[in-house]
Design a protein around this ligand. Structure first.
Ligand code: 13P
Ligand code: SF4
Length: 302
């Protein structure tokens, strides 16, 4: 990436000095994603590659649950989150007590948690999943029924693609829940050759109106493979900027849908984290032990 801002050069120097890598989610802005990230991807790729990296310090350019997941699978390494207030409406929609109550209401039914939850919630669950492997994880359990938390739209999408009965929770992503099927139809009438690729956190009428549905990495793979003339990536809009930098021949229809939590991560905060080795992700050891198991179960399946 040909970007040489002083901040980017300073971060690159600090990474070398600290033996650190920056893991960036696909929703980070281009100067982070292309300028300073060493590992890029969707939630699943970040969780996997956090295990595989041999750096001493992991800087997570993403939201808090992603940094917690990196720490869960790397308990002995330093994991930094440049802004610890980078939350997520899905992670905030459910508490550990809610999961205990769900289990009591549905005795013996396993709990599958989308990775967008706190470590304390994961500690009460059986197995994790991401948007990229949710159906596979649900079916891997070999049971007729599962509790699926916390995203109600992802739960509905999974239910449509499996015979396993899905008992949902009522969480939603504050970014994806705002898209509508009418919006897709309006864009399609303006651009008849438009390709529409949607994230499964969107409502069902949006997914019905899309040509392809997948995790952020699967959405990017689709665009790389199909090279549509014009595409609408129905998700957080920084992702379109990142893919556009790679594929200048594709035109992106891009109504602005920023995740305010992802946007808390900035170059100055990444630099500050590397300079001070803080803020660190620290987990209660008892919770970490129980929360690691569902993440490791997921990584063993996929
Ligand atoms: P994925 O990148 O795993 O598809 O997740 C999207 C998301 O909203 C993360 O917060
Ligand atoms: Fe959470 Fe939605 Fe932001 Fe992803 S885009 S971090 S699911 S609020």
């Amino acid at each position: 990436w040909p970007l040489h801002a002083p901040e980017i050069d300073a971060i690159r120097d600090l990474k070398r000095a600290r033996n650190a890598v920056v893991l960036a989610h696909n929703y980070q802005t281009p100067e982070i994603f292309h300028g300073v990230a060493d590992i890029r991807g969707d939630s699943l790729a970040l969780a996997r590659q956090a295990v595989e990296s041999d750096a001493e310090v992991l800087v997570v350019a993403g939201v808090h649950f992603m940094a917690e997941t990196a720490k869960l699978v790397n308990p002995d390494r330093t994991v930094l989150i440049p802004d610890p207030h980078a939350g997520c409406s899905l992670a905030e929609s459910i508490t550990p007590e809610d999961v205990v109550a769900l289990r009591a209401a549905h005795p013996g039914v396993p709990v599958v948690t989308y990775v967008n939850t706190s470590a304390a919630v994961k500690a009460e669950c059986d197995i994790c999943c991401t948007s990229g492997n949710a159906v596979r994880i649900v079916e891997s359990l070999g049971v007729p029924r599962v509790i699926f938390i916390p995203d109600m739209f992802l739960a509905k999408h999974v239910a449509r693609n499996t015979d396993v009965e899905i008992i949902p929770w009522h969480g939603a992503c504050e970014v994806h829940e705002r898209f509508t099927g009418d919006e897709i139809r309006t864009f399609r009438s303006r651009f008849p050759s438009l390709s529409v690729v949607a994230h499964p956190e969107c409502p069902p009428d949006v997914l019905d109106a899309a040509d392809h549905v997948g995790s952020t990495a699967q959405m990017i793979d689709y665009v790389r493979r199909e090279r549509p003339e014009r595409v609408f990536l129905v998700t957080e809009c920084s992702m379109s900027d990142n893919v556009a930098a790679e594929l200048p021949e594709v035109t992106f229809v891009k109504p602005c849908a920023l995740c305010p939590h992802m946007k808390r991560i900035t170059l100055p905060r990444i630099r500050h984290a590397l300079e001070t080795l803080s803020p660190r992700v620290e987990l209660d050891p008892e919770i970490a032990l129980r929360a690691r198991a569902p993440v490791e179960r997921m990584l063993a399946v996929t």
